[in-house]
Write a protein that binds this ligand. Sequence first.
Ligand SMILES: Nc1nc2c(c(=O)[nH]1)N[C@H]1C(S)=C(S)[C@@H](COP(=O)(O)O)O[C@H]1N2
Ligand SMILES: [Mo]
Length: 418
Amino acid sequence: MPDQPSRRGFLKGGLAAGAAIATATTAARAADDPAITEIQDWNRYAGPGVDAEPYGVPSPYEAHVVRRNVPWLTADPISSVNFTPLHELDGIITPNGLCFERHHAGIAEIDPAQHRLMINGMVDTPLVFTMADLMRFPRENHVYFLECAANSGMEWRGAQLNGCQYTHGMVHCVMYTGVKLRHLLEEAGIRAGAAWVMPEGADASAMSRSLPLEKALDDCLVAFKMNGEALRPGQGYPLRLVVPGWEGNLWVKWLRRLEIGDKPWQLREETSKYTDLLANGKARRFTWEMDVKSVITNPSPQAPVIHGRGRLVLAGLAWSGGGRISRVDVSIDGGRNWTTARLDGPSLPKALHRFYHAFDWDGSDLFLQSRAIDENGFVQPTKNALRAVRGENSIYHNNGIQTWHVAKDGVVENVEIS
Ligand SMILES: Nc1nc2c(c(=O)[nH]1)N[C@H]1C(S)=C(S)[C@@H](COP(=O)(O)O)O[C@H]1N2
Ligand SMILES: [Mo]
């Protein structure tokens, strides 16, 4: 884009630094820009009234901002996954309608009046709660990310899916309202020798996992609200387990039962699935915590650079199951040189963190990378470093550094530089 020599004085003064980077797009264009010279319909006629949308929906111009699935990944959409459009979002909170969904037997459509939560097993008093019963326990609000252990799994052996929605979109972050699981377990009374909890879902897959009692008594929640409103059916309405920082599979949706025991149950989802096969044929299991990870969301394959050279704002997300993110580094040359990005917005433990990095793009090829470091000092590894330890068979727990190639024309592609 050619520089415009005749920028108007008032813009120069009024917009300060902003105007300096927007040379080609400001006052000089005004004279022949119909967006300025023509009266638009929305300026001329009154619009729909307050009763047009009793439950609000996004502008029709945002119709492309949707969850998407990858049809060839799974045999059918009932036991499948869709992905959060990370490249279209900002801040750290995922809107409810855009939270990725992972179901093993579709969405259970539950009448909350018919929903019960049972606690049985090694307890003094087996209990059954209705939803109304749960409302009489002290409530808490917490912002947490949920990441499926299989997030980025398709990228283990090399770059595959072209978009951060697909490579990293099995993550969302909302504010949950719920009751500490500890309060409910204490109400039932845990018997001596108990060490494990089995949460079970009311859906047709009866999703169940073995959860260590220590974690259950620490920060787990039984949640009924997300971002202030009832859980969405796809997220477990009316009740789900929240297991902060740990793999999504443990966050049982449509939660109907908690059994207390003295050993793990060795269920399907912790033996044949959600274990990590190593090069020597042995499998890691019980890899609960989600490792420190980050991704640049803009630019990315679905969000190319359309403005040409000059000021470019990188945006991205970082998270760690171990707590807060303390730093994110970014590289524009494939990991040779690193700069510290600017973290912005709330820094909450086990929540998404937002980072930005603004720089002047000279129009040459870029190899964008981000590397997160958490408060425990864990550093996000390269994919090669990960494969050196875990081999080539893994699917789950891929927190390797992602690379995007930005070509001179601004087109972005998923590539790998290890
Ligand atoms: N009852 C039940 N709970 C479930 C599942 C399920 O299929 N049924 N899927 C699990 C998996 S594998 C993940 S990653 C998370 C996904 O949560 P989300 O759909 O809210 O994103 O829910 C978990 N809880
Ligand atoms: Mo998952």
